[in-house]
Write a protein that binds this ligand. Sequence first.
Ligand code: DGL
Length: 243
Amino acid sequence: MDNRPIAFFDSGIGGSTILKEVIKALPNEKYIYYPDSVNNPYGNKNKEELFTIVDGVVSKLIEYNPKLIVCACNTATAMVLDDIRKKYPDIIFVGTEPAVKVVYDSFRDKNAIILTTKGTGDSEKFGELFNKYKTKNCSLVEAPLLAGLIENEEDAYPYLYQLLKSYTNIDIVVLGCTHFPLVKDELIRVLGPVKFIDGGEGISRRVQFLLEENHLLSSGDSGNLDIIGDEKIKERIKGIVYS
Ligand code: DGL
């Protein structure tokens, strides 16, 4: 039993879409969330810049003595998490990857789009995953401006319309960035009634498995959430997590 917190970070509010699922599965744990909006978007940074940023976030989170850190960001996972794991070998990390394999396993004959940031789409790690599990009717679409629009509460519809208007008869959209579940309505307006796949449930299963396997589950019976940031971002994050 271990009552230390589980820490989460992302380049802003996006990781709340993952945190929401993990809290649902493990309501008795303590959580810390670090929304690094100052450095948003991660997806347009180069690898060296992003390593320095994520290293700074992780060292700040370590001050809270977490038992596990969730990198609730596909971009940071794809670009720098392997190097971060090497720098902090004693920390248990959980990363977030676009659910390309779910399409391969369960929707092989469907028309699918994998929607990512530029950083994720261009990364070697994602390239390997995509080449391995890409199905015949599956396209990668990078949306370099989308995470920033969402973070800044701007209307994403005009951008999504321009980006996706040439795609017709799409059945599945893999939300390959933790910010993107926040614009499902706008995506439906452009693409029609599609099925969305994101990483939330997979991550919560992985966190649960690792806590059980390492005997780290909390012994408490009431969890809590501590958000590092100003009141405005705290309210936005709570609004997503508890919606
Ligand atoms: N939410 C992040 C992701 O999952 C990062 C988006 C960004 O900052 O570019 O990729």
